[in-house]
Design a binder for this molecule. Structure first.
Ligand SMILES: [Cu+2]
Length: 171
């Protein structure tokens, strides 16, 4: 059987497109480092967060010499802490954010960084970040969560080591 030259060219072109499509989809799925909320953060009862040892008093906890855990609750339409008062962490530290939601699915994004997760009711999302220079970052919700979603925002303040003090951690 003879295959016409043009037919071969089209076949090769179509194969190239298929391979290219699979390659870009695979890269998007694994290469870009994007993951779903993992289960390593554990689960919580979204209806009784106030009884949780940490989410009951959300905020910054010191866990090691330059290590901190921050517990954040997202709810319509604020972050606690974050919105009425900023999340405060000291410069030059390693911070693990534990984020959950008390009501519907929200987003938690530290603007201008790659710290970005979904906040799912019942599930705790954890992100570990290396914090260096002092400064202020915006927080925003990037999952549509209701009528005031556009107003759901906050801030994360990286406090210079010299100004960091005991009153900024939950004991
Ligand atoms: Cu939202």
């Amino acid at each position: 059987m003879e295959i016409h030259k043009y037919e071969k060219v089209w076949l090769a072109g179509a194969l190239l497109l298929i391979v290219g499509l699979i390659a870009t989809v695979s890269y998007g799925a694994v290469g870009a480092g994007i993951e779903m909320v993992g289960d390593e953060g554990g689960q919580v009862d979204p209806a009784s967060l106030d009884e949780h040892p940490k989410f009951g008093e959300p905020g910054t906890y010191q866990t090691g010499e330059d290590e901190y855990d921050v517990y954040v609750i997202a709810q319509q339409f604020s972050f606690e802490p974050g919105t009425s008062e900023p999340i405060r962490v000291p410069a030059d530290s390693t911070v693990t954010l534990h984020v959950t939601s008390a009501d519907v699915i929200h987003g938690f994004e530290v603007v201008g960084t790659n710290a970005n997760t979904m906040a799912v009711p019942g599930q705790v999302a954890t992100i570990t970040i290396e914090v260096d220079e002092p400064g202020e970052y915006g927080l925003l919700c990037n999952e549509y969560c209701g009528s005031a979603h556009h107003a759901m925002e906050g801030s994360l303040e990286v406090v210079p080591q010299s100004e960091w003090n005991e009153s900024m951690v939950v004991n």
